[in-house]
Write a protein that binds this ligand. Structure first.
Ligand SMILES: [Zn+2]
Length: 318
């Protein structure tokens, strides 16, 4: 089976994000390929301007860009206004002006021209983090040699793993996709951190799972027969205690990574959007490919990444 996004497996880690006591459902298989991998996969990335419009050449050579000039056209199909809409929508900031747009495009262009894949990934990472307005979050980057078909994922420790063996299109896609998830999480955390953490804890943290924990067993043993509580009542109390404890520790972990300290995005229908996030968040399915694929969080992240990919494509660089 092939999925449009190889994060299918690794992405599950993200859904367990921030919860110490949870298992990582899937461990990505990191394979180191080649002694000098740049020889094997970078050749294809070197983009020429053959067959592209002259306007692309303008982009390639022009440093400073002036608003109103035809040079602003990314190509025949994408205008600066279109790019602005994409940026406003993707980065969830209606304040992005045409001038900002041209700056972002110039930045993307510069990144596209980086020959070294490590530099390229680092620059995209910084760019995505900045434009999504997530500089307050503690997110690490790990550049790795993933198996063919695996492009990367954000793991439970808030590290973004990116494959340097992937094609550039996939690299752009995975970075802007995963950062969109980080943005979704940030919005929910800023809106209501407890509700956000509870949403995560409700997945997979059934009473049965908790009853298997060492702490549960220890507490049940220690408290048995005390305070005249029946076993049933004691069990109830211990479970409530464990859930509160998990909530507190998860909350603290999220806070330590910067969640809840950012600003809410400047978009229309923010409340409606946030509600959709929360719903999708609590219904997020680990086990079902369809539920996963059509979950709003995924749809939303795919759309975001494809918008950015379209911009890069129009720069003649994907
Ligand atoms: Zn995703």
């Amino acid at each position: 089976m092939s999925y449009p996004f190889s994060e299918f497996n690794t992405h599950r880690m993200y859904s367990n994000f921030g919860v110490n006591s949870m298992k990582v459902v899937h461990t990505p298989n990191y394979a180191v390929v080649g002694k000098n991998p740049t020889d094997t996969f970078e050749t294809k990335d070197k983009v020429s301007f053959t067959g592209k419009t002259k306007r692309n050449v303008l982009f390639a050579t022009g440093g400073a860009l002036a608003i109103g000039s035809v040079a602003f056209l990314l190509n025949r199909r994408m205008t600066l206004e279109k790019a602005q809409k994409i940026f406003q929508k993707t980065f969830m900031n209606n304040d992005i002006t045409l001038e900002d747009t041209s700056k972002i495009i110039a930045e993307f262009k510069k990144i596209s021209n980086l020959d070294d894949t490590t530099d390229y990934i680092k620059a995209l990472f910084d760019s995505a983090k900045k434009h999504y307005g997530l500089n307050h979050l503690d997110i690490d980057l790990s550049i790795e040699y993933l198996d063919v078909g695996k492009f990367g994922a954000m793991d439970a420790g808030n590290t973004l793993h990116v494959s340097r063996t992937a094609k550039r299109k996939k690299i752009v896609e995975i970075i802007f996709h995963e950062f969109r998830h980080a943005k979704q999480n940030d919005i929910m955390a800023n809106k209501d951190l407890d509700r956000y953490v509870k949403g995560i804890l409700s997945r997979g943290t059934t009473d049965e799972v908790l009853e298997e924990s060492v702490l549960y067993k220890t507490l049940m043993e220690k408290l048995a027969g005390k305070n005249g509580l029946s076993e049933e009542k004691l069990k109830e109390h211990v479970l409530v205690y464990l859930k509160d404890r998990m909530l507190l520790s998860s909350r603290a972990k999220f806070e330590s990574m910067g969640f809840g300290s950012g600003n809410l995005p400047k978009i229309e229908n923010l409340d409606e959007y946030t509600e959709k996030l929360f719903n999708a968040h609590s219904n997020y399915s680990d086990g079902n490919i369809f539920a996963y694929f059509f979950n709003f969080l995924e749809k939303d992240a795919r759309e975001a990444a494809s918008g950015i990919c379209a911009v890069f494509r129009n720069l003649g660089k994907l």
